[in-house]
Design a protein around this ligand. Structure first.
Ligand SMILES: [Mg+2]
Length: 245
């Protein structure tokens, strides 16, 4: 099973910022900044969208922005290869489900994902984009208020186990500091894939300096092929893949 973060891991950018950049005609009112500070980013985005996008700006505009949004290099090929190798794919992201699903759908990749776990987003009856926090995380200091990716990952694995699905190993790929929690919870034999040149690398290093190490194998990646290579090496090492001479 392989879980992917979304912004800067699948999508080469940040979906909220991409949508905002397209429609940033009006300055952000001061009270939004107060909302962001006191309620966190999900509430902020919700207010932002309510302000920026009257019902007339809706699905089609989002579709066009996300349909043209770029992938991180070689990620589509990577996803297809992981599927071919028998992997189950999910997204765990602090963005919203509406943008993530739309991006994947527009690029004909949504069908390859078993689940998209993120802050629920949808277009309401007035054509307004609504985003809700996924959870109210008060326990995990490493994660954001709306979503602890580590808990989400562990809950997902437990749920699938109850459904009779177990995994030889679990992979997680991400770029940000909030991707540390799921990587930290992975076991030895799993793969923690940190995007090279992004904040997760320095964070893992600073934790390691404090003596906190990951149990999973740490892989730095730049493009999809690096993740494929790590997974293939892993499968070879557990005798699940025979390399053709
Ligand atoms: Mg990210």
């Amino acid at each position: 099973m392989f879980a992917f973060d979304f912004d800067h891991t699948l999508l080469d950018g940040n979906c909220d910022l991409m949508v905002q950049a397209k429609y940033s005609v009006e300055p952000v009112p001061e009270y939004f900044k107060i909302v962001a500070k006191s309620y966190g980013v999900t509430k902020y985005m919700k207010e932002m969208f309510r302000f920026r996008y009257p019902a007339a700006v809706g699905e089609r505009e989002f579709q066009s922005i996300l349909g043209q949004a770029p992938w991180v290099p070689e990620l589509p090929e990577c996803l297809l290869m992981l599927k071919k190798l028998g992997g189950e794919l999910i997204v765990i992201s602090d963005a919203n489900t509406y943008f993530i699903r739309l991006f994947l759908k527009e690029h004909k990749m949504l069908k390859h994902f078993h689940d998209v776990i993120a802050n629920p987003g949808y277009i309401d009856s007035q054509g307004q984009l609504v985003i809700r926090p996924y959870m109210n995380n008060l326990e995990c200091q490493m994660s954001s208020r709306n979503l602890c990716k580590g808990k989400v990952l562990m809950d997902y694995i437990a749920k699938r186990q109850q459904e009779g699905q177990s995994y030889r190993f679990v992979g997680f790929a991400g770029d940000g500091i909030n991707d540390y929690c799921p990587m930290y919870r992975l076991r030895s034999g799993d793969l923690a894939c940190a995007r090279k040149g992004f904040s997760i690398g320095d964070f893992i290093a600073s934790r390691a300096n404090d003596g906190v190490l990951l149990r999973a194998k740490l892989v730095f990646w730049k493009k999809g092929a690096d993740i494929i290579k790590a997974v293939q090496d892993k499968l070879v090492s557990v005798g699940c893949l025979v390399v053709q001479p």
